[in-house]
Design a protein around this ligand. Sequence first.
Ligand SMILES: Cc1cc2nc3c(=O)[nH]c(=O)nc-3n(C[C@H](O)[C@H](O)[C@H](O)COP(=O)(O)OP(=O)(O)OC[C@H]3O[C@@H](n4cnc5c(N)ncnc54)[C@H](O)[C@@H]3O)c2cc1C
Length: 451
Amino acid sequence: MTKLRLAIVGAGPAGIYAADILLKAERQFDVSIDLFDHLPAPYGLVRYGVAPDHPRIKGIITALREVLDRGDIRVFGNVNFGQDITLDDLKKHYNAVIFATGAVRDADLDIPGIDLDGSYGAAEFVSWFDGHPDFPREWPLQAKEVAVIGNGNVALDVARVLAKHADDLLPTEIPANVYEGLKKSPVTDVHVFGRRGPMQVKFTPLELRELGEQNDVDMVVYDEDFDYDEASKNAIATNKQVMVIDRVLTKWRAEEPGTASRRLHLHFYAKPLEVLGEDGKVVGFRYERTEPDGEGGVRGTGEIRELPIQALYRAVGYFGSPLDGVPFDERRGVIPNREGQVIDDDDQPVHGVYATGWIKRGPVGLIGHTKSDAMETVRNLINDQADWWTPEEPSEESVVALLEQRGVRFTDLGGWHELDEHELALGQAEGRVRVKVVPRDEMVAISRKER
Ligand SMILES: Cc1cc2nc3c(=O)[nH]c(=O)nc-3n(C[C@H](O)[C@H](O)[C@H](O)COP(=O)(O)OP(=O)(O)OC[C@H]3O[C@@H](n4cnc5c(N)ncnc54)[C@H](O)[C@@H]3O)c2cc1C
């Protein structure tokens, strides 16, 4: 029987689901899969994006782990595609590759002042509070008043973590340095700004409702944002999600002003114009009031407002990164593809090269969506057997030898179990779920039993 030697680059949900779906699919050939990740630990943004106070979502790791623990997928962590292993290497050892490298960078927000000291990307902050090894361990949390730009779930995650009291995050898996950092935060007011109306937001009702359930944090909404136009009324009547969002916001509008030590404000119809600075530091946020344009969008009203703030976070989306030797769409931040089959600048298939997950369709959608994505990609991979590469050295040992010869300190599935147990034990000692190990060297050393 023919054997498909498949490399998957990216051990986030998209890569793991793709491996699982292929192994379970009806097919006329055997399969042997190697899963590579730049990080020493698997699970991508489930470990390094999903907020620590969302244990139910973090729990998806259990299902992903079951796939890996089945024993028919080899994991190579701490291997950076483009540096430790290249496309030419993959062609030499595999029949095909699926890229599932996701998106970790912040999309740009092109307004004056965005580069001032005190202006941050949500992705950097998320990486800090989720203990990503490649980000600084100290985070400057000196601001009392903060703006968060964006109206998706990531904006709400950032606003919630900023407003929450550190002790309320302590039972989660946040690393020790994150607890210490948040504990010192003097924040009193977190302002979330959306360009459109409350019925056109991108966040989900569950994330919104959760904002109001925090200890010693009051929700503040403004009556001027609730003069609904026909499109908004129609959305409430026809869309259950929107109806629930309306209900949650209406409840907050009816509440008397609270006495909490922290407030989380939601502002709608606010188009960002400028981050204001003094001596290179953020001191304010200038925006234009917008109004519905009658076609489901908004237009500027010419009314300019300013709010004093000392820090600003832009949560306007994530953006994919290019990979060496692989086509890349600079405008959309994705690998150009037709249903997962990667295509070149002339729209022609790049044989043997596939994409799935956020790097395939852009950084939108929940973890579950990466499953349907993977199904489509895997179906094409199976049907394209005639176009697979013919590797010179297809043996499983040859890849291990290559990485060892290059001195790559790769981690494997057993190594992840070591690290996982180590983190759980650290947590247990403190009565917490887990304490994440942050420094990459330490993660690798624990995984490789070098200490
Ligand atoms: C802040 C935030 C919160 C979220 N919260 C939720 C939530 O509550 N619920 C929900 O359902 N979804 C949530 N999501 C969405 C969810 O995280 C994504 O849908 C999902 O992670 C996308 O999966 P992926 O595998 O495509 O990418 P990723 O999860 O990003 O995985 C990509 C993997 O590829 C690896 N990689 C990248 N480049 C290389 C390289 N050069 N070499 C080797 N490996 C590489 C990365 O290290 C990473 O492990 C959230 C996303 C963010 C950003």
